[in-house]
Design a protein around this ligand. Structure first.
Ligand SMILES: CC(C)(COP(=O)(O)OP(=O)(O)OC[C@H]1O[C@@H](n2cnc3c(N)ncnc32)[C@H](O)[C@@H]1OP(=O)(O)O)[C@@H](O)C(=O)NCCC(=O)NCCS
Length: 200
């Protein structure tokens, strides 16, 4: 059974059979830093360059505060993934970012799971919950997710979740020391309804 809870002032807690997703809190900062330190080499080929400060508690203490603010301002929803049986440890993230409203109602999706937790369907479960939140509660219409052409694992995951290839962008993101081409994919919400209290 999958449940999600949100209201304009309440932060989401998404629960699937095996994972829980929520915004980062001050108490999570040590686990977040451990997660990124342990997976530094794992994420290097797909992530933008990270300054040394990225791996410090001071950086994440500020980042979780900013993320909460952005969530309440309808600008993003940065979620950390936890295993239900070990609720404090962070095993991954699913970030809905750069919300654009107006006639677009779109966002980007970024995600990653720790090397030790790959290949078990946990990321698929986590992204499924994030999609549900984005479409049903946040009333977004389009989620865009882009991957390196060589990232076959990510391509398979997105396909399985229903994302459709929309294009190919050359020299799209600066990743691992160079401008890299990306495959552009998106998922749209067939049952979109305008956000509560918004004209559209
Ligand atoms: C891309 C990434 C998130 C994919 O993670 P993943 O663990 O392969 O994804 P899933 O959670 O969906 O796991 C799916 C695999 O687990 C297997 N699996 C095992 N049990 C499963 C279950 N109960 N349900 C679903 N899949 C299950 C599936 O067979 C599947 O393998 P397949 O794709 O070879 O068929 C991960 O490799 C990663 O974080 N990479 C580094 C960062 C990155 O690339 N981010 C994305 C940038 S675009």
């Amino acid at each position: 059974m999958t449940t999600s809870h949100i209201s304009p002032r309440r932060e989401p807690i998404l629960e699937g059979p095996r994972v829980t997703l929520r915004l980062g809190a001050a108490e999570d900062v040590p686990s977040i830093v451990t997660f990124y330190r342990d997976n530094r080499d794992h994420f290097r080929p797909t992530d933008p360059p990270r300054p040394p400060s990225f791996y410090t508690e001071a950086f994440w203490a500020e980042r979780v505060t900013t993320s909460a603010l952005e969530f309440h301002e309808d600008r993003s929803c940065h979620l950390f993934v936890h295993e239900r049986r070990s609720a404090r440890a962070v095993i991954g993230y699913a970030n809905l970012s750069n919300f654009v409203r107006g006639a677009f109602h779109a966002c980007y999706l970024g995600y990653g799971i720790g090397a030790a937790h790959q290949g078990q369907g946990l990321m698929a479960e986590a992204i499924g919950l994030a999609i549900d939140l984005a479409f049903r509660e946040l009333r977004l219409h389009r989620i865009m997710a882009n991957h390196l052409p060589t990232n076959e694992r990510s391509a398979r995951l997105l396909r399985r979740l229903g994302f459709v290839k929309e294009g190919y962008a050359q020299r799209y993101l600066y990743i691992d020391g160079a401008w890299r081409d990306h495959v552009l994919t998106a998922l749209t919400n067939d049952r979109w309804e305008p956000p509560v209290g918004r004209a559209g």
